[in-house]
Design a protein around this ligand. Structure first.
Ligand SMILES: [Ca+2]
Length: 292
């Protein structure tokens, strides 16, 4: 927990912590960020939005990712900054529990057509090694009528972790049917050895490798090799697609899934209620299939 001695001149000095995991080099965090984290935990409130993941080959809505939208002093704050600050103050398990709980709760407000699709939720690998988190997970799934097979945890990349330990800790979770995705593949800690050890059900290719992929033979070669490793194009998600050329090239390579502004921005649940499948899919991409 944070002590007063950690706070000097409106900044928080980082000490150790993190449950034996490596910490990133963040010398100071504004006290307002910590206050925002503590306030969210105390109120049990965190805004979440959903962004669709599209099966572009079959032209249908495949799943959606739940994205937290924390606020600090009345303004949005980058989620990675906020979550990493929580981790560094050993509050990430509480925050991850809150994010999961809010995601599953908001999912219930989606129209049935959307609600029946799988939900991707970001989580710190550290939380998944906490027994308390795993024990509560089953309860949360039951309470929100979410079948375990509909939940996919995305391992965030900005915190280093031991994939062997995590793989063992995940066994009971996976035996329930919960699936695992490796987020931000290609950057940070989502490296190749993690891919080999963790055996994820999905990999999400970082946007930096997708941006302008139609202009880069090297990016295309790399994606081909990753796809070859994963066996199926339905296990690979191209993140951050913004142009039709990026979607077309990933499809030509054999990757079936994509997510990004090309299809839709993350939307509050109220906005989803007004959407039909055909209104969110970018009509310029249509290759004749039926959106469903
Ligand atoms: Ca993610």
């Amino acid at each position: 927990m944070v002590q007063d001695s950690h706070i000097k001149n409106g900044k928080i000095s980082l000490g150790g912590g993190g449950g034996g995991y490596k910490l990133s080099n963040r010398p100071n965090i504004p006290t307002s960020v910590l206050q925002s984290i503590l306030s969210s935990i105390q109120r049990g409130q965190l805004d979440v939005v959903f962004q669709p993941i599209v099966h572009h080959r079959k032209e249908h809505f495949f799943a959606y990712e739940s994205l937290s939208r924390p606020q600090c002093e009345g303004k949005g704050i980058p989620p990675d900054v906020w979550f990493q600050a929580a981790y560094e103050y050993q509050l990430s398990t509480e925050i991850d529990r809150l994010a999961l709980s809010m995601s599953l709760k908001k999912r219930l407000e989606l129209p049935a057509k959307w609600q029946s699709k799988p939900i991707f939720v970001n989580v710190s690998p550290h939380s998944l090694t906490e027994r308390a988190y795993l024990e509560e997970l089953e309860h949360l799934l039951q309470e929100s009528h979410c079948p375990p097979s509909q939940l996919i945890f995305e391992m965030i990349e900005y915190i280093a972790y031991d994939p062997k330990t995590l793989f063992e800790m995940l066994r009971p979770l996976r035996s329930l049917g919960v699936r695992i995705a490796l987020d931000d593949m290609g950057v940070g800690h989502a490296n190749l050895s993690t891919l080999v050890i963790l055996e994820p059900d999905f990999i999400k290719i970082d946007r930096s490798l997708i941006q302008n992929i139609h202009l880069s033979d090297r990016k295309q070669r790399l994606l081909s090799h990753l796809l070859c490793y994963m066996d199926s194009g339905e296990q690979v998600i191209a993140e951050g697609v913004e142009k039709i050329e990026e979607v077309q090239i990933t499809q030509q390579l054999g990757i079936d899934l994509s997510q990004g502004y090309y299809w839709a921005r993350p939307m509050a649940v109220e906005d989803w209620a007004m959407m039909t499948p055909s209104t969110f899919l970018n009509t310029s991409y249509s290759i004749g299939g039926q959106v469903n």
